[in-house]
Design a protein. Sequence first.
Length: 453
Amino acid sequence: MPSVYVKTLGCKVNSFDGHALENQFRARGYELLATAEGADVTVVNTCSVTANAEKEARYLARRLKRENPNAVLVFTGCYAQTDSARLAEMDEIDFVVPNEAKERLVGIVDAGLATTPGARSKLPDGVKAVRDNRQPHFKSSVTLFDRADSAQTRAFLKVQDGCNGFCTYCLIPYARGASRSVEPALALAEAQRLVALGTKELVFTGIHIGDYGRDLPGGTEDSHPIVDLLREVLQIRGLGRIRISSLEPSELSPGLLDLLVEHRDRVADHLHFPLQSGSDRILKLMRRGYDVARYSEAVLSVRRAFPDASIGADVIPGFPGETDADFEATVALVRRLELSYLHVFPYSARPNTAALRMPGHLPAEVVKARAKILRTLSTELAESFARRFIGRALPTIWEGDVDASGRRRGLTGNYLTLAAAGADQPAAGAWTQASVKGFIEPGVLLARPLSSY
């Protein structure tokens, strides 16, 4: 039995893809390893959101090959899509499998293991090497190939992939292709299967979840098929709750918000809205498709419906031409909206994007300093949000594993991590009310489980 280790870098969608690859390897008879040590095959599922992410991937290739020179090293994911030529030039890497061919990865590895190294082709048949994302806006299928066959407390359900937005700083349309959706019947059947296995929380994920279904027959730019899909899923018996991983501000339609409110007892009160900048001028340069007023209304509409909601945001400090006033506007908006946390992505020049050709690129030290300010602000926001709930009881789904201190961790609907120990420790998969007692460490709160649902 050959063994495999899968290392995933980047976003939640990449995490789903990495988990799906593990399940494909398992189904093909591979032994899954928790580390690269001793693995026959190592797969790195890469990210290309920033130049640093790509640099990290190249460093990882060299380290993995040095530590385990006999392993077959496979690179896949977004970096393998946007610059497969550069990765194919690296001696350490045996196979480069772009996103457009990711569903064939296990078969490619199987065939490669049976081929002498000198006769191997680094790229799959039919895939040309791409340099600097000069790639057509491809449209491969989106398949629910995460075939876990054991109970899991939380499961990700990828219902959409790709993007049609072409923001001026972003490689995602090149890395993941056109926006495309899983057929509703397939998505619903997968949700039913996961709940039947004992899954308590389904996390809907995708690049643009609110864009779900518009590419399917009958879908239009003005339609909202995601509302219909979620309504069907919420009828599944035994489902604890659903969580939506991320939404564009413009994707929070009145119909979607009404549905979430209607089923508030089975919906996680947690949403993530990419912000990027609090300056209308910068948002226009980024080609984001909303202004500060529209973004603010999305946040406030959620907060009116769900007063305890956790609302997070992505921010990009240091975009070309960003002045001190533009940056200060971002900080002020984040504070004014009392966001719960930030994901900070310092601007990174990406090949062939419109932003690369814009004037006013900032010195690296300025971008770094602004990113540090926002990360400090995120820590402050997260602590302030968490402290609001000390002394209160929150619905919590408890994870299967325990941490290094023997405490079982759980996740609340509003995205707080709780920990219980000793006699208070609940069973894996339990869904209870939990009384929040205080801080254990940053990001983790001590809690005592109460009554079960």
